[in-house]
Ligand binder design. Structure first.
Ligand SMILES: *Cc1c(COP(=O)(O)O)cnc(C)c1O
Ligand SMILES: [Zn+2]
Length: 393
């Protein structure tokens, strides 16, 4: 085994049996501690195995985020050291994340972990992007998956290649949290079924950690700021953890990136809790109405990974940074700016992140010379549908 799992509360070390929680019952995330401490930079050559990243051994690297600097956008915003991480389809830039969001990076590492720990099949809840990623990875990895999705998001479940027999889809009449609960119930029916586990799954987080690692590979240092729109918080926690590993390596800086995280109002539970400096978060069934009005409803998780030890509350307190609340109008305006300048379509959640960067500039939360990483978590979906045939599930 190339890693062990440490409880962030009681420090107990666990061997991995697809372990999601501490044996001692702690309200804490487990974190993977890899034997290898050194980051394997690619120095320009593509590397198709997990040796470059911190991932379960043998995880295939089918796609990676691309990182680039946009001279026009950087000039327009007055930020010479702004870097963009793009997860999606964009042939001119050789971006080939065909399910068009960064969820694809967690799908392969998670299915590898299912295989490594003797599971036969994975059950997961999705608001769309995750389901697409796992349906695609399921065929390539030959691991069956069952996807539970709110019926209203079923249209988002397509794959770039014909789905195999290995994918089952179950619709619920409800929201994302209802789908999560249903997936948990299904998992309990057999010990061979694995639940994807959300942010508690170290393989998911370490898959998403590819974004920061790929960026540091390109930039050569840990950036000062990391901008992302958050729903469950998994991606931002992954970024914190990847940065800790890079600091331990020693060659890329000693400071954690400030987390500049955004939510789409009117549903902004993490923004609200953080700005009251509270570890407790409050959501209720009444939020379902708010969620229906959101432009970026993939950010609508009602049980985000916020309060638990090692979650977003801790990540913000360790890294520093800010939370932003972005309206639908602000997101759409930012999307238009980005798409016009960069000539590629982006998903609504990515537009929320762009809007938060504009706010941060206005509110002077970033300095002109700062190194900034903007995570465009999903894009190129319209472009892909123009260029290729897709298969609706
Ligand atoms: C899931 C998702 C997010 C939010 O990421 P979390 O890790 O759940 O906070 C942002 N953008 C896109 C495109 C997503 O699919
Ligand atoms: Zn513990």
């Amino acid at each position: 085994m190339s890693f062990k799992l440490r409880c962030l509360k009681c420090s107990k070390i666990h061997e991995d049996h697809y372990t999601l929680v501490c044996d001692n019952g702690c309200d804490s995330l487990l974190r993977a501690e890899y034997d290898r401490k050194r980051f394997n930079r690619s120095l320009g050559w593509p590397m198709f195995t997990s040796v470059k990243y911190w991932l379960p051994e043998n995880t295939p690297i089918v796609s990676e985020p691309i990182v680039y600097k946009s001279s026009i956008l950087n000039k327009a915003l007055g930020l010479p050291n702004l870097y963009i991480s793009f997860s999606g389809y964009w042939p001119e830039k050789f971006a080939d994340t065909l399910t068009c969001s960064f969820k694809e990076y967690e799908a392969f590492s998670t299915l590898q972990r299912v295989k490594d720990t003797g599971g036969t099949s994975l059950v997961l809840a999705s608001a769309g992007n995750t389901g697409r990623a796992f349906a695609y990875a399921s065929k390539i990895m030959d691991v069956p998956v069952t996807i539970v999705i709110p019926r209203k998001y079923l249209f988002r479940l397509w794959v770039p290649e014909e789905a195999g027999e290995s994918v089952k889809v179950i619709c619920v009449d409800g929201d994302y949290l209802d789908a999560i609960k249903m997936a948990e119930q299904i998992t309990k029916t057999s010990p061979l079924l694995r639940n994807e586990g959300g942010a508690k799954n170290t393989a998911r987080r370490d898959g998403m950690g590819m974004v920061m690692l790929r960026a540091v590979d390109y930039i050569g240092r840990i950036p000062d700021h990391y901008f992302q729109a958050i729903g469950s918080g998994t991606g931002a926690i992954a970024t914190w953890e990847a940065s800790l590993r890079l600091i331990e390596d020693g060659r890329f800086g000693t400071k954690l990136p400030k987390l500049q995280l955004s939510q789409n109002s009117p549903f902004v539970p993490m923004y609200d809790a953080f700005n009251k400096n509270e570890r407790k978060i409050s959501t209720s069934d009444n939020d379902k109405e708010l969620i229906d009005t959101m432009y970026a409803n993939v950010l609508s998780n009602r049980s985000p990974c916020y309060s638990i030890t090692g979650g977003i509350y801790d990540a913000m307190n360790k890294c520093g940074g800010n939370m932003y609340s972005v309206t639908n109008e602000e997101a759409k305006a930012a999307q238009l700016v980005f798409e016009t300048i960069e000539k590629i379509d982006i998903l609504p959640a990515a537009a929320v992140a762009v809007a938060s960067l504009l706010k941060a500039i206005n509110e002077k939360k970033v300095e002109k010379k700062d190194y900034i990483l903007l995570n465009i978590t999903g894009g190129g979906e319209e472009r892909l549908k123009r260029d290729r045939k897709i298969f609706q599930l």
